[in-house]
Design a protein around this ligand. Structure first.
Ligand code: GDP
Length: 447
């Protein structure tokens, strides 16, 4: 897909203006190209900052020799003032010296191709850069450090061991499971299944952290949904109005609740109505509450509950929900008992909003269902492959434990090879150009 013979160049810092901006050059001619465009009288020294000029800017250049650079190739990083005009000039100057503009993600792709990082780590680079909450950043950083890679390598070692023993016993067909003690295969497969199961379970929380959770605010008009939305977002995004039914569209805002990226959705309310526009809003509200990980059902605590409130409660009965009794600054009109967790808040004064945030956080934690500090699979691709490996190991275990006596080793081996193949796809030991293209084309240029 990409030729690794070329020397590539790109601006590595974000578009726009800043104190400094960095142009990265990578490839076998980096040093030569940098030397020419910096007009140096002696070559750049490894890992030393060298002050120089390129066209209209003063710059500092640093040379990272292969193989101990980000890409594993010779890399020169040129820091200039963070002006798009100046940085583009540096890139053009490098291109005139023979560099080619890098494709999206090409620096990281080269790091992968040159064995500096595996695929999990390459994907973690993108996640780390895209992280919007500290918890997302931590999960990505853990993967960059190789925690998931390590767990997978450990499982793969055990699989490899078992495969080797089964293959050895294939060479001595008369002896049956000759190289395995009685019950050893079953025991090993049980342990493997458990480890893969734990990883699968952890992927649920990981995905919530990476992709965020949708929290929908529902309730009849005028109970204070938009006000609550605003109180949670703490910025005035939704239109707050005393006229019922004016929040006709969905208003969405991303907020950080203790590290969970929450997509907070304000809906139009569930009131049945003839009004076309509002009906559309009602339909969306139903839809939002069916796809949301958590629904906040808002009631007006200062008014007696009416039929519409009960309808709202019925509509959301199947969803994971919190009952939010709003307007606690006014005298309470009802003391409803709920089976679901409930909280009194005042969107107006802010009373109870922090408790609500804590409850949202707690609900999402139990939804994810695993402790905080475990290795997290945050990526759908990884989760699917681990699930595939687990299913293959389960099949192998069933074959070994078959009540009709052990099945031929070939069958068990086929399943175990499949499990290994899936795990190798996670780390990128086994991969295709199409997959690499799919992963790296999502990166920006310069990464
Ligand atoms: P929505 O239709 O459910 O989105 O309700 P809004 O957020 O537009 O609020 C409806 C009305 O209730 C507005 O006049 C708000 O000022 C008022 N309101 C919202 N929350 C509170 C609250 O906690 N206390 C009081 N006293 N009024 C509130």
């Amino acid at each position: 897909m990409f030729s690794s013979q070329d020397t590539i160049v790109a601006i590595a810092t974000p578009a726009g203006r800043g104190g400094i901006g960095v142009v990265r050059v990578s490839g076998q001619s980096s040093l030569e190209i940098a030397g020419a465009l910096l007009a140096l009288d002696r070559p750049l020294e490894p890992r030393h900052a060298t002050f120089s000029r390129v066209r209209t800017d003063q710059v500092v250049a640093t040379y990272f020799p292969a193989p101990h650079s980000y890409t594993g190739e010779d890399v020169v990083e040129i820091s200039g003032h963070g002006s798009p005009v100046v940085l583009r000039e540096i890139v053009e100057a490098a291109m005139q010296q023979g560099a080619r503009l890098a494709e999206p993600g090409e620096f990281t792709l080269r790091a992968f191709v040159n064995g500096r990082i595996d695929l999990v780590q390459a994907e973690a680079v993108a996640d780390l850069i895209d992280a919007v909450t500290p918890l997302q950043a931590r999960a990505a950083f853990d993967q960059l450090e190789g925690t998931l890679t390590g767990r997978i390598a450990e499982i793969d070692r055990e699989l490899f061991d078992l495969v080797a023993k089964l293959e050895a016993s294939l060479d001595f067909p008369d002896e049956g499971y000759h190289f395995l003690e009685d019950g050893e295969a079953a025991g090993a497969l049980n342990a493997l299944e458990q480890k893969l199961g734990a990883l699968t379970c952890e992927s649920k929380r990981g995905r919530l952290i990476r992709e965020g959770a949708t929290v929908a605010i529902v309730g009849k008009p005028n109970v204070g949904k938009s006000s609550l939305f605003n109180a949670l977002v703490r910025v005035g995004r939704a239109i707050v109005t005393p006229v019922p039914g004016t929040t006709r569209d969905l208003v969405v805002e991303r907020v950080d609740i203790d590290g969970f990226a929450i997509e907070l959705v304000d809906t139009a309310g569930l009131r049945a109505t003839a009004d076309e526009v509002e009906r559309e809003g009602v339909a969306r509200a139903r839809q939002a509450s069916s796809i949301a990980e958590l629904v906040l059902v808002v009631l007006d605590g200062s008014e007696p509950l009416d039929d519409v409130d009960y309808e709202v409660l019925r509509e959301t009965v199947g969803a994971r929900r919190l009952i939010v009794s709003n307007k606690s600054d006014l005298p309470p009109a009802h003391n409803a008992e709920h089976a679901d967790p409930s909280v009194n808040v005042s969107s107006k004064s802010g009373a109870g909003i922090d408790s609500l945030r804590t409850m949202i956080r707690r609900e999402l934690d139990t939804f994810a269902g695993v402790p905080r500090d475990s290795v997290m699979i945050t990526n759908v691709r990884h989760a699917e492959l681990v699930a595939r490996a687990r299913a293959a190991v389960q099949r192998a275990r069933e074959s070994v434990l078959s009540p009709d006596g052990p099945v031929p080793e070939e069958f068990v081996l086929t399943d175990l090879q499949e499990a290994r193949a899936a795990l190798e796809e996670v780390t990128g030991r086994r991969t295709t150009d199409a997959l690499l293209h799919e992963i790296f084309s999502r990166f920006c240029i310069g990464k």
